[in-house]
Design a protein around this ligand. Structure first.
Ligand SMILES: [Fe+2]
Length: 650
């Protein structure tokens, strides 16, 4: 960061500010030398939680910057001498946009801080806007918005009113949401700047970071790239639909990591090499590279792109979507993607857990409140319109099958497509809230409007009905809610070694669903150490062999890691117990944290349970209370470790 300006100078420029903007350089003496009008300011997501990107338009090609300071350090609205500045870069806009674009990346943000910022230059600053950072670790919420598509109803003002209202309603209900994620189609017509002005008219877009996604209505011009600069963006030819980044089109894929979630955002306009770009294969290569390089830095993988491949309405049977529906799912399953966020079909749907292009678990019930993706299960969500500018009605399944490109009916719910657990269309505005929690993702579709205005498509008679009943389904009510409990098969990797084949069987399994073993938040004790406790997922041992040979089940734990931070697995101890007796099972000895005895804790193999020669046949359930005790000097973080379980018998 650069530090510049005295307090007096900053106060003087702040006083001039409103004048310069209000008059647009029409003769204010201070602005006369530099009449750049600064418009379209938007706060964007950065490469991680300690960054933001600010993008704007300027009427003049001048050197500009973003000035930034903790809000608490401003005096009477004046920035302090210690305010940081970040130089902007950018270039000339295309002719139909006019003017120039600028962006700057704000880096080194501190957590739990309210910041104020403005863009421009001395003597010609924008108004002051504000955003806050929160804890850089742990749980958080983000919001996902489908197709604002301002201008789509034919009435830009009405579309913008609905869009602003959804932002207001959703952020009033979720003031601590940390990201606003786009489902694409910010505007109806790619290079129509009046639609961009309307899209950007809410100050919420200067207070919460927007994570842009390119839709089919954004792709046909450069305005999308001019308005919405994104981090880590690959703008190579294969990621443009026509293969030509220099043409009057937008494109590219990008990624960022925000507090344990790796987001990868794709330009799904490019799906077939016949268009001129790299098609879906280029996206799969990109996603594969990003996950291979950065997947271990986050605990969740969320993909975002515009064209829903599992959706319920007008676009469900489109040929291009069928192509993507064949191209993408197996790769996403293999790469361990948890959640895919989509738009384009202006209706809400939540898929079943999809594995390799088919329903992962045929028994998953429609509308299930909890889903348990085994390895390879991916949940796909399609967002309805956030603005009310356009809705598509749900369409009917056909006889094209229940996997791959098929649009057949769900055997459990024949009105729905086979891939959808939930489909909804009420012709009211909504948004999707995602709660990122330790060990689970909670996804909700929430109403941000009713049939009443602002609801442009209903107001203008673009749709003939509106089913919402405000008494039962008011603003803020829940259309759908699902909790994703990911599979942690690699959290308790198990190797059974049975060297002598014997009649009967010896083996063990994790009892029930192998969810994440959470130790919760460690409690600090007088600044000396942190302590946390939990319970092992119970392990069922079955021994029906005639030999009555002794067996033992042991485990050891890896180091605990959170991205680059780590502490030793030796700090974990346990107290084994027999939860259900049988098979002669006895509990192993307690092991204490190395914090207490300077030993090795569970970093070396320890017995969970065992049985001696001659034990009876049967089944036992083994458990253990887990005790973690780590030095107070450990770095803050959300750590994970892998417990490896080994069973041995002779
Ligand atoms: Fe759209």
């Amino acid at each position: 960061m650069n530090h510049r300006t005295s307090r007096v100078a900053a106060a003087a420029t702040a006083a001039l500010l409103g004048l310069a903007v209000a008059l647009g350089g029409s003769g204010s003496p201070a602005a006369a030398a530099d009449p750049a009008a600064l418009t379209g300011i938007i706060l964007g997501v950065g490469a991680n939680e300690s960054q933001r990107i600010v993008t704007w338009y300027s009427s003049a090609d001048t050197a500009q910057q973003v000035q930034l300071a903790p809000t608490a350090s401003l005096t009477g609205g004046a920035f302090p001498a210690s305010a940081a500045t970040f130089a902007a870069i950018g270039g000339a806009n295309i002719a139909t946009s006019g003017g120039f674009n600028r962006h700057a990346t704000l880096t080194g943000l501190q957590e739990n801080t309210q910041y104020s910022y403005r863009v421009g230059t001395e003597g010609n600053w924008s108004p002051v806007y504000s955003f806050k950072t929160q804890d850089f670790e742990g749980d958080y919420d983000f919001l996902f918005y489908g197709d604002p598509q301002i201008g789509s109803s034919g009435d830009t003002a009405r579309d913008a009113a609905g869009w602003r209202d959804t932002l207001d309603v959703s952020l009033a209900a979720n003031p601590n949401a940390e990201l606003l994620v786009s489902g694409g189609d910010q505007v109806e017509t790619a290079n129509t700047e009046s639609q961009w002005d309307a899209f950007l008219s809410s100050d919420k877009l200067r207070q919460y970071p927007w994570a842009a996604t390119i839709g089919n209505h954004d792709v046909g011009g450069k305005a999308y790239e001019q308005h919405l600069f994104t981090p880590n963006t690959d703008r190579s030819a294969p990621l443009y639909a026509n293969g030509n980044p220099a043409s009057n089109t937008s494109g590219g894929d990008y990624w960022y990591i925000y507090k344990d979630v790796l987001f990868i955002d794709l330009n799904s306009n490019s799906y077939a090499t016949t268009q001129g770009g790299g098609g879906d294969a280029a996206h799969i290569a990109y996603v594969t590279d990003v996950i291979n390089q950065h997947g271990a830095e986050a605990k969740w993988k969320v993909l975002v792109y515009h064209h829903a491949i599992y959706s319920p309405a007008d676009h469900a049977k489109d040929g291009d979507n069928k192509t993507r529906r064949v191209d993408f799912p197996t790769a996403f399953s293999n790469l361990g993607v948890d959640l895919v966020l989509q738009g384009h079909d202006h209706s809400y749907s939540r898929s079943y857990e999809i594995k390799n292009g088919a329903k992962a678990n045929p028994a998953e019930q429609p509308g299930a409140a909890d889903v348990y993706p085994g390895p390879g299960g991916v949940l796909y969500v399609t967002a309805n319109s956030a603005s009310g500018s356009k809705y598509y009605d749900i369409t009917t399944p056909d006889n094209s099958g229940t996997s791959g490109a098929g649009n057949g009916a769900d055997p459990l719910n024949p009105n729905n497509y086979w891939y959808n657990s939930v489909q909804n269309q009420e012709h009211v505005r909504s948004y999707v809230k995602v709660e990122v929690r330790s060990g689970q993702l909670v996804v909700q579709n929430l109403r941000s409007g009713t049939c009443a205005a602002p609801n442009a498509a209903v107001e203008l008679g673009k749709v003939s009905w509106c089913n919402n009943t405000p008494a039962a389904q008011p603003v803020g009510s829940v259309v759908d809610k699902v909790t994703i409990h990911p599979y942690h098969g690699d959290g308790q990797q198990l190797q059974v070694n049975v060297p002598t084949a014997a009649p009967g069987e010896f083996g063990w399994t994790i009892d029930g669903y192998n969810g994440l073993v959470s130790l919760g938040t460690a409690q600090e004790h007088d600044g000396e150490y942190f302590a946390a406790t939990g319970k092992l997922n119970p392990i069922v041992v079955t021994d029906t062999r005639r030999t009555q040979a002794p067996w033992t089940v042991s485990a050891s734990v890896s180091d605990f890691k959170d991205a680059g931070k780590t502490f030793s697995g030796s700090y974990l101890g346990w107290t084994p117990s027999i939860l259900a007796p049988g098979a002669g099972a006895k509990a192993g000895s307690p092991v204490v944290s190395s914090y207490d005895d300077q030993g090795q804790g569970l970093s070396v193999s320890r017995q969970l349970g065992y049985a001696e020669q001659g034990h009876p046949k049967g089944t036992a359930q083994l458990g253990a209370g887990l005790d973690l005790k780590i030095p107070g000097s450990a770095e803050k973080g959300d750590y994970r470790a892998t417990l490896t379980i080994t069973a041995l018998s002779s």
